[in-house]
Design a binder for this molecule. Structure first.
Ligand SMILES: [Zn+2]
Length: 303
């Protein structure tokens, strides 16, 4: 008995503390030129930053917009760097605004443009994380995806990185002075809060921290600050994992029976277990809140 206790104590002492795990994903690639970067510059910077941060496999959920694979050279660069290419529809419409069959045709069109990439995965991420305004429509698209042998490219951590990016580019194009260090800190801080917020909900409702999927966009702030974000996550004990591993988590097989899906899978599961929508949206998933933080911390008046 004593020997058994000794063995257990030794095993506990030797076993590393289990790190919480998260994969990094980017939506809407390839995005347009902005006042900060051309699309080509953004892709180069993002690939270099991911490499420097030791992230071997991020995932890019792409919107080909009718362009054939040969024209999607930036996606080829992501694939060549080892990152996954997946489907975010051809024209990025909201399922609320069109019938299920038209929506599925748009997924098929994107599939045709993307499937020849070496690192393509048949994963679909709903634009706006919107799965339709009715249960019937939601189930029709879920069935259509299953028929195509697609899995859902769900997220577990929703946030407003896209809105901060819009604020930053608006400030630059209107000649305001942007405090780059303050912008970086606000980006990192907002995202860390979102990660911890949804992880706490997961622990409360699943009883564990799942392998998370962070939603980001292929935007200027990601190209500028992804390494800072990853550094802060690691400092807090997070391990960055590949998207393949993240989508092997058991929550990949849970299809929540709810229309509350816009905050991602953890929030949707929590909603089916009785948590209220107001408890499942982080306070910084709000344009007015971010407007205030951006004005107070990032924009400087000209000397
Ligand atoms: Zn999108």
């Amino acid at each position: 008995m004593i020997r058994l206790i000794f063995a257990v104590v030794l095993a506990l002492a030797v076993a590393p503390a289990t790190a919480r795990e998260i994969a990094i994903t980017f939506d809407d690639a390839p995005t347009n030129d902005t006042a900060t970067f051309t699309g080509e510059e953004r892709t180069k910077r993002l690939i270099a930053a991911l490499k420097a941060a030791g992230i071997e496999q991020a995932a890019f959920f792409c919107v080909p917009r009718g362009r054939p694979a040969a024209e999607l050279t930036r996606l080829n660069a992501y694939a060549a760097a080892g990152h996954i290419i997946a489907n975010h529809s051809d024209t990025h419409r909201n399922l609320r605004s069109l019938p299920a069959d038209e929506y599925l045709a748009d997924i098929v069109a994107a599939d045709a443009a993307l499937k020849s990439f070496a690192t393509f995965r048949p994963w679909f991420r709903f634009p706006f994380l919107a799965e339709g305004d009715t249960r019937e429509k939601r189930e029709a698209v879920r069935a259509g995806l299953r028929a195509m042998n697609y899995k859902q490219g769900y997220v577990t951590v929703d946030n407003y990185d896209w809105y901060l990016n819009t604020l930053a580019n608006n400030a630059r194009t209107t000649g305001q002075v942007v405090d780059e260090a303050a912008l970086r800190d606000l980006y990192v801080e907002t995202l860390i809060k979102a990660v911890e917020f949804y992880d706490a909900i997961a622990v409360k409702t699943l009883g564990r921290s799942p392998r998370h999927v962070l939603l980001l966009h292929e935007n200027d702030l990601a190209a500028l600050y992804i390494a800072d974000l990853v550094g802060e996550l690691r400092k807090r004990g997070w391990k960055i994992i590949g998207a393949d591993l993240a989508y092997a988590d058991p929550i990949a097989d849970i299809m929540p029976d709810t229309q509350f899906l816009n905050q991602g899978r953890v929030a949707a599961i929590a909603h089916t277990k009785g948590m209220k929508p107001i408890e499942l949206v982080h306070e910084e998933e709000d344009e007015a809140v971010l407007d205030g933080l951006f004005a107070a911390r990032v924009v400087r008046t000209k000397p």
